[in-house]
Design a protein around this ligand. Structure first.
Ligand code: SAM
Ligand code: FES
Length: 345
């Protein structure tokens, strides 16, 4: 195992079989070595800086029906909401005053948000806060739409690939959804000049070590600027309600591996990680992550953006969330910085 880990740290590449072995034969010792090398690698590029992104959950209305997701269209228990353009812009103003220089507009695939409406929101945020980056996380759209939104000023796009294995993808999604289209979207976003984020859930139903090896190989070849991984957590109103959640242990192990595959990658310690363990986000940072994404959504809608059960940070004001994360990072020797936080290559 040690040999494999050093090979990864030096070459940033392993074969599919080697990735699979690294996962299925992992133990305390391999985990410690990976963590040490990942932290050292991250420190050489980013020091102890932690980048912060203000997450604005713009709508929980979704036309899709991903089987794992709490805001899937079939969930009739989900109380739906949509922020107005004015509310979204007000969130960005509040975030700016709190020191955020990146805003992530995330939501379900809600047809209300046409190119025209979204374009107007993006232009307005950019007009008010020209030095800020805007990240979109709004699912699959047409190439023309991505191009238009990029022209309006969007800088980055997060679209988790969810799994790099087509057969596995089809077990997590209804037949109307397409693995090939998701991958095509990622390619188009790249071609259009976005900084692109892919990613997947750890411990999603039916996931095997081989599937995870395929995810790692995809990351190795695609070299995403950002990579969002977090544990799968069941939601009580979805068909996967009785499936087990992913673990902090495996999520952190994979964070370390991803840092070594592509050293400059922007890697968040996700809210899902903080949900399954009270110090999950700290453990993520200590495994090689370098981004946190506190919630900037209005408090009255936060509980409604429930992708999985018991999601944290749904009761706090944005300022409290920011302070809480600042303290958490300081305690482990890191510092949240006020910066756009672009990738350093
Ligand atoms: N609709 C956009 C999209 O599909 O990319 C953005 C919102 S979507 C809810 C954001 C991410 O939440 C998904 O990519 C998925 O990986 C994650 N997610 C959904 N349900 C989850 C669950 N039960 N546990 C953990 N993560 C989940
Ligand atoms: Fe939101 Fe701690 S990060 S309350």
């Amino acid at each position: 195992m040690n040999e494999l880990i050093h090979k990864l740290a030096n070459n940033h590449s392993l074969s599919l079989e080697e990735y699979e072995a690294l996962i299925s034969q992992r133990d305390e010792q391999s985990s410690r070595l990976l963590r040490e090398l990942a932290v050292k690698t991250r420190r050489e590029i980013y020091g102890t800086d932690i980048y912060v992104r203000g997450l604005i959950e713009i709508s929980n209305i979704c036309k899709n029906d991903c089987i794992y997701c709490g805001i899937r269209r079939s969930n009739t228990n989900c109380e739906r909401y949509r922020l107005t353009p004015e509310e979204i812009i007000a969130c960005s103003d509040e975030g700016y005053d709190l020191g955020f220089r990146t805003f992530v507009l995330q939501g379900g695939e809600d047809n209300f948000f046409t190119d025209e409406i979204l374009g107007g929101i993006i232009r307005e945020i950019k007009a008010r806060h020209s030095e800020c980056a805007i990240t979109l996380s709004l699912g699959e759209r047409s190439r023309e739409s991505y191009a238009f939104l990029r022209d309006c000023g969007a800088d980055r796009y997060l679209l988790r690939h969810e799994t790099a294995d087509k057969t596995h993808y089809e077990k997590l999604h209804p037949s109307e959804m397409s693995f090939d289209n998701r991958m095509k979207c990622l390619q188009e976003l790249r071609e259009l000049g976005y900084q692109v984020g892919c990613g997947f859930m750890v411990g999603s139903p039916f996931q095997t070590a081989k599937n995870l090896a395929e995810d790692l190989k995809f990351i190795e070849t695609f070299k995403p600027e950002m990579c969002g991984i977090g544990p799968f957590i069941p939601h009580k109103d979805t068909p996967f309600k009785d499936y087990q959640a992913g673990t902090v242990e495996l999520t952190c192990y994979l964070l370390s591996i991803i840092r070594l595959i592509y050293p400059p990658v922007l890697l968040p310690a996700t809210t899902a990680l903080g949900t399954i363990n009270p110090i999950g986000r700290e453990m993520g940072i200590l495994a090689g992550a370098n981004v946190v994404m506190p919630n900037l959504s209005p408090v009255n809608v936060r509980k409604k953006y429930e992708l999985y059960d018991n999601k944290i940070c749904t009761g706090e004001e944005s300022a409290q969330c920011k302070d809480c994360l600042n303290n958490r990072m300081r305690k482990i020797g890191y510092e949240i910085v006020t910066a756009r936080g672009d990738i350093i290559r």
